[in-house]
Design a protein around this ligand. Structure first.
Ligand code: ADP
Ligand code: MG
Length: 258
């Protein structure tokens, strides 16, 4: 059996996920090294979101296994048996990953700074003074320090998404998951969010990015996966998959997106 490895932050081995009779993930295996930017592309309904949601345990898998940062997720091995982890243990494991969604999911009744310090304050129970300083540093990093006292509704979609990224980073994740983070944005706001993601990648953060921004994928990805119908159809270097794909399904998808 494939097992946790020292160089990979995520190892998925023969993962299946069903919704009723639908196989949203069908025997998916994927290893992602520390520091990698793994882009995932594929048509709507191909299982991209489901894969991210399984990696951070928003969904339970039906078959196979996933290791994140060296730990089998969701289960503990006792002899030959697997025992399900408690909710508290799962919550602890989930702290390894931060996630940014297509919709910004900010707390609308809180200011920008409150949004960012909420997790460290209530989940990690860290002292306010310390996390306010860290929160401000994160706001600088995403270029929105002057918005600390604004409410989400006062910000553009691009600004809200940059805050969502800062909020995820405030929990100091080892792995960041992005699920089509620019798909809900007006075209003129896409660039500012991609710029923040590019900086994050350059800083060495390990990232899994589901995106239709093929230019970004080609420039920033260390590796690209094309999924279709719950399966990994093709995987390789960005130029190999995006410019000279081997599979007709990949070619058709890229032609449709461009
Ligand atoms: P993608 O992100 O690539 O568009 P998804 O992972 O969202 O695809 O969905 C994969 C398949 O699983 C789709 O057919 C979708 O309708 C189905 N699916 C996803 N989530 C659920 C759910 N909670 N209940 C039932 N079906 C779901
Ligand atoms: Mg999706």
């Amino acid at each position: 059996m494939i097992n946790a490895s020292d160089k990979d932050i995520v190892v998925a081995a023969n993962v299946t996920k069903q919704f009723g009779s639908l196989k949203a993930l069908n025997d998916v295996s994927l290893a992602i090294p520390f520091g990698a930017v793994q882009c995932i592309i594929g048509p709507s309904g191909s299982g991209k979101s489901t894969l991210l949601r399984c990696i951070n345990q928003l969904e339970k898998i039906d078959g196979g296994a996933i290791w994140v940062d060296g730990e089998l997720i969701g289960y503990r091995r006792v002899g030959d048996e697997l025992h399900e982890l408690s909710d508290a243990e799962i919550a602890r494991q989930r702290l390894t990953t931060g996630m940014v969604f297509q919709r910004f999911n900010l707390f609308n009744h809180m200011t920008v700074l409150q949004n960012i310090i909420e997790g460290p304050l209530t989940v990690m129970k860290r002292p306010r003074r310390e996390i306010v300083a860290e929160g401000m540093a994160l706001l600088e990093r995403v270029g929105l320090a002057e918005k600390r006292d604004s409410y989400p509704i006062e910000l553009s979609g691009g600004q809200q998404q940059r805050i969502a990224i800062a909020r995820a980073l405030a929990m100091k994740p080892k792995l960041m998951l992005f699920d089509e983070p620019t798909s809900a944005l007006d075209p003129e706001l896409v660039g500012e969010v991609l710029a923040v993601m590019r900086d994050l990648a350059a800083s060495g953060m390990t990232m899994i990015v589901v995106t239709h921004e093929l230019g970004f994928a080609r420039e920033v990805a260390s590796d690209v996966v094309f999924m279709d119908k719950g399966e990994i159809v093709e995987r390789g270097a960005p130029d190999a998959v995006l410019v000279a794909p081997q599979h007709a399904r990949t070619r058709d998808f890229i032609a449709a997106v461009l």
